[in-house]
Design a protein around this ligand. Structure first.
Ligand SMILES: [Zn+2]
Ligand SMILES: [Zn+2]
Length: 341
């Protein structure tokens, strides 16, 4: 089989290796399609702080169960459509013991600190498999992972029903956050960005209110959309200091901001405002198994993803896919890699 090994930033080597039989407890998956996300692009650029090279990338994917290893008690039958959680956790640190293995002290993520699915056949421990409906497109399967990120962040937000919500940042995760919040019964949802292209895609995905905060400040936009009630829940998905600061400034007293974005450098936040207005700043990292189950359900019923998919590239042109992303800047959301069928 062919596998794609990133030997160094900007250098992917395709190698021919023998495919392995699934070991004890493992299931072998024939990979169909892989989504490229923001973190992958950081690895491509050599700006991801926790990824050693060489690494086989890929953690958002659709595949088909191809073989089941010895000792596997529960697995979808051969031929089923699946994806898999990328987290490798220790199971005995304090967070793991408290059921919060997404923040495991020795968390490893496939595609970063361990090899991912960038190969024709991929062996995965059966307990990390997530079944997906047979009628899912390969795009939908590859979106389960980012949707699970949004579901987890919504769980960190608390009750959503009827609440007015602002999502700062209209990249893939921000877009999905706005859609998941709405599906969970949020009142009005306003998404913001400084790139019109991403706001247009959000609108095409059914997000009602989209505002470019380079042109209109968040406070004014929020007043227009929410009226005097304002908003008391925000998701910061831009990973930018100015975006976080605008949220802290504009949210109602007693409001909650869930931090989903990844910051290139530590942002400055006015903690006197956080104190005076009794704001909650809440972190969110990746997801738990239940978030994936919920993500599959939401993708099956109410989420729009097609407008986010910019382009598909064949497996052998993964390097070209990154060049396309680099050349497109903010103009591109999700790029997919198609494995040979
Ligand atoms: Zn990702
Ligand atoms: Zn742990």
């Amino acid at each position: 089989m062919k596998q794609a090994s990133m030997e160094a930033p900007g250098r992917i080597r395709f190698e021919n290796v023998a495919e392995r039989q699934p070991g004890p407890g493992e299931v072998r998956i024939r990979v169909q399609q892989i989504g490229i996300c923001g973190s992958d692009i950081h690895v491509w650029h050599g700006t991801h702080p926790f990824t050693p090279y060489p690494v086989i990338q890929g953690h958002e994917f659709t595949g088909i169960v191809d073989a089941i290893g010895p000792g596997v008690e529960q697995a979808p039958p051969i031929g089923s459509k699946v994806t898999a959680r990328p987290q490798i956790v220790c199971g005995h640190c304090n967070p793991c013991r408290n059921g919060r293995y997404n923040i495991c002290d020795s968390l490893k993520v496939t595609g970063f600190q361990a090899d991912g699915c960038g190969r024709e056949f991929y062996n995965v421990p059966a307990d990390r498999l997530v079944p997906i409906p047979a009628e899912f497109t390969a795009d939908q399967g590859a979106f389960v992972e980012p949707v699970a990120v949004a579901v987890h962040a919504c769980n960190r937000a608390g009750e959503l029903a009827g609440r007015n919500v602002v999502v700062l940042g209209a990249g893939t995760i921000g877009n999905l956050l706005a859609q998941v919040a709405k599906a969970r019964g949020a009142g009005r949802v306003l998404i913001t960005d400084v790139a019109d292209h991403r706001l247009d895609i959000a609108k095409r995905c059914g997000v009602q209110h989209a505002v470019n905060t380079a042109e209109r400040p968040l406070k004014a936009a929020a007043r227009e959309v929410f009226g005097p009630a304002g908003f008391d829940l925000a998701f910061e998905a831009a990973g930018a200091e100015a975006s976080l600061a605008s949220g802290v400034d504009a949210i109602e007293k007693g409001g909650r901001i869930v931090i989903v974005g990844v910051y290139g450098r530590p942002p400055a936040v006015d903690m006197s405002v956080v104190g005076d207005r009794e704001l909650d700043l809440v972190g969110s990292l990746m997801y738990l198994r239940a978030d994936w189950t919920e993500a599959v359900k939401l993708l099956a019923s109410s989420l729009a993803i097609v407008p986010m998919v910019a382009r598909h590239f064949p497996f052998a042109e993964w390097t070209e896919a990154y060049r396309f992303i680099d050349a497109s800047g903010t103009g591109v959301m999700k790029v997919m890699i198609d494995l040979p069928t």
